[in-house]
Design a protein around this ligand. Sequence first.
Ligand code: APR
Length: 311
Amino acid sequence: MRKKVTIVGAGFTGATMAQRLAELDICDVILVDIPEKENPTKGKALDMYEAAPLMGFDSKLIGTSNYQETANSDVVVITAGVPRKPGMTREDLISINTKIVKSVTEQIAKFSPNAVLLIFSNPLDVMVFVAHKVSKFPYERVIGQGGALDSARYRTFVAMELGVSMADVQGLVLGGHTDVAMVPLPRYTSVGGIPLPDLLDAARIEKVVDRARKGGTEIVQLLGEGSAYYAPSAAVLSMVESILLDKKRVIPSSVYLNGQYGIKDLFLGVPVVLGAKGVERIIELKLNKDELAQLHKAAEMVRETVSKVQV
Ligand code: APR
């Protein structure tokens, strides 16, 4: 039987993700939006499905607002919410997106009690907390997308700065999925196996790190309305693929920490192994004093925001 992935929120990110996922041809895809958008959602799914003979995939695509059609999904991605406008931070979305993520999660938990939940709505580290609280799923099955995208942006800017292939840049960004709480790790970045600090001086590394931190804001400003969705949808795709195919890829994700890195009872971005069970392992890097201090500062910021949420 084919695997089943539900994507809630058929907007820019959800629809782009559905298209990318269908083209991978590893599962059927259910695209869900609110009843007022039932027809456009069906239309998007059908339009994508009609590309199947041309693109050569057999994934079925269905658009709906009826959660019964999402029943027994293996993975559910929640992108439902309101995106940022220029001048807004991700935190400005808290109260409206909390209500949305709460109501969506209730439906998902009812119809797909065994699914792995991937949360995308912002502010990310808070929404993943909300989804966990509402679903009551085990911690390993509630995961937030943040680090996959932040790391991709960081790797892009490193490759651009050095004029080398994207394929050769490895690196990761930990912490919270918001400009001030990101923790990029130049010491753990390599280019074709060569440590980044051997290739770029501190000032150029700082320039790259700064642009990565503000990567989402840069796109929001350029678009004028809405927020980024091409790279974000690719980031979630890498996580969905690793889970569905049990690839066990190492991807920084917002997961529940219970003492790791000296942080307890909080969802925060750290490197994890993603497989069929969801979070299969949290990797604890040997951070130096400064890196650890940055991660703890990020944890404090996320904790402060979470404390304002009423679920
Ligand atoms: N149930 C299902 N879908 C919903 C709900 C709900 N309760 N509320 C809103 N949606 C849908 C909207 O109707 C819309 O189609 O979520 C979709 C969001 O799509 P966009 O507005 O295009 O936003 P997008 O750019 O995809 O971003 C979505 O990701 O980056 C974050 O902060 C951003 O939370 C936002 C989310």
